[in-house]
Design a protein. Structure first.
Ligand SMILES: *Cc1c(COP(=O)(O)O)cnc(C)c1O
Length: 417
């Protein structure tokens, strides 16, 4: 188990988070269960902040990775701002105590009405197409500060599905449209205070950010009102033992230098923003699931757990690798298993995995489940979504109840047939 998984510790054959025993947590709150470690979120937050010592850096947590209000409150308490991609995330952020001015709203493909709603709530709008920008200019002229999302057309990210900056992508205003963009800004006298890019997920290389940065600087240079430059996110975290984490210290040094040089050229000290989601919360979370059945077939031994793609879709949707361990038996002989869910559809968490021998009833921990786990979960197969627990100040706290039949039927209108 060579991945140095920052939120879990193995001691006396038992796995714990902040000294809280995970089997006890599974017993107390039941399975399937998402468990998050507040300290590891803080550790990642500090690591990223500390990589940029000489810049005015702001981290806007990308809410969509994990949207639980208690998690949002915790991130706010340690100094994060918020990046929201829907008006509902804006509202959740406000419920968590974020002030409007701490929230950036980065929608894609929404109606102008929703843009107006964002302005009325007082959040910073990040506009990603010229049509909406013209409507914005018409309505607000220079009275509402705004950020512009640029698509730099860089191929970045772990795979095509999660890459957002390439030429075929629907996101952002093309860098090739800069002249048109500047015309619109000038004609309506729009108060552009930020330029932004977000090119994808699972980026390892500072070069991607640096290439994008040069393009953003070129746009910013032509505007006099800039206050911040937002480089988005996409910081890679290790999922597989052969993965390396993005070297944020190296990245920080290189980007800081380019950024500070640009500020000098621009003539003013600007803020540097990022919007990390996965980097902050991925490793904080595990999905605990109970083994319902160990089933030997002519091809493999399946361990079937009380969860599935309805709770964690990343393996099936992105072919994502998630490390899986048997926390009920940490020293047994390793055997080869295929870990599957209970959904009536091919629903594999991992093929050909070596785990300490699994017995029915054993609790398996699926790692790196903090980001895009619960937030992408569904009720497919009419299953309840899991409960969520946050380990904070050395205690396990329930932050979302397990669903019930009432949750499944609440909005159904049953006809008298
Ligand atoms: C999803 C998203 C992020 C977060 O990406 P991660 O890979 O989770 O860090 C940041 N900014 C925007 C605009 C996004 O859509």
């Amino acid at each position: 188990m060579p991945i140095n998984f920052i939120s879990m510790e193995l001691k006396n054959k038992r796995f714990s988070m902040q000294g809280v025993d995970l089997l006890t947590v599974a017993k107390e709150f039941g399975t399937p269960l998402y468990v998050y470690d507040a300290e590891s979120i803080k550790l990642q937050f500090d690591k990223l902040i500390n990589a940029f010592p000489k810049t005015k850096i702001k981290l806007k947590y990308a809410a969509k990775a994990l949207t639980n209000i208690s998690i949002l409150k915790y991130l706010r308490s340690i100094g994060a701002g918020l990046d929201a991609v829907s008006i509902q995330e804006v509202e959740l952020g406000m419920m968590a105590g974020f002030k409007a001015e701490e929230i950036m709203y980065t929608p894609n493909g929404v109606s102008f009405e929703e843009i107006v709603e964002g302005v009325d709530k007082g959040v910073m709008l990040n506009i990603d197409n010229i049509s909406i920008l013209e409507q914005f200019g018409n309505k607000y002229q220079d009275s509402v500060p705004v950020c512009i999302r640029i698509n730099p057309h860089l191929m970045a990210g772990g795979n095509h599905k999660i890459s957002t900056g390439h030429i075929d992508s629907k996101f952002g205003i093309s860098i090739l449209q800069t002249r048109h963009l500047l015309r619109v800004i000038k004609t309506y006298n729009i108060n552009v205070v930020g330029v932004h890019m977000h090119t994808g997920s699972d980026i390892l290389d500072a070069a991607v950010f640096l290439n994008g940065a040069d393009l953003l600087f070129d746009v910013a240079k032509q505007l006099k009102t800039i206050e911040f430059i937002d480089f988005g996110s996409g910081f890679k975290v290790p999922y597989h033992e052969s993965d390396v984490e993005v070297d944020v210290a190296d990245l920080g040094g290189k980007i800081s230098k380019a950024f500070n040089d640009f500020c000098k050229e621009y003539g003013r000290e600007l803020q540097l923003w990022f919007e990390p989601g996965k980097y902050l919360v991925s490793e904080s979370g595990v999905l605990l699931a109970k083994t319902n059945v160990v089933k030997t077939t002519p091809a493999t031994v399946f361990a079937g757990v009380d969860s599935g793609l309805n709770h964690l879709i990343r393996p099936m949707m992105y072919d994502a690798y998630h490390d899986i361990i048997n926390i009920s038996n940490t020293e047994g002989t390793e055997r080869v298993y295929t870990i599957v869910g209970y959904i009536c559809e091919t629903d594999t968490f991992g093929w050909d995995r070596k785990l300490n021998e699994i017995s029915e009833g054993d609790i398996l921990a699926i790692k790196n489940a903090g980001a895009y786990g619960y937030s992408m979960s569904s009720n497919y197969n009419s299953r309840f979504r899991p409960a969520e627990v946050l380990i904070i100040n050395g205690e396990a706290k329930l932050i979302r109840k397990r669903e019930t039949m009432e949750d499944l039927t609440r909005n159904q209108v049953v006809l008298d047939i």
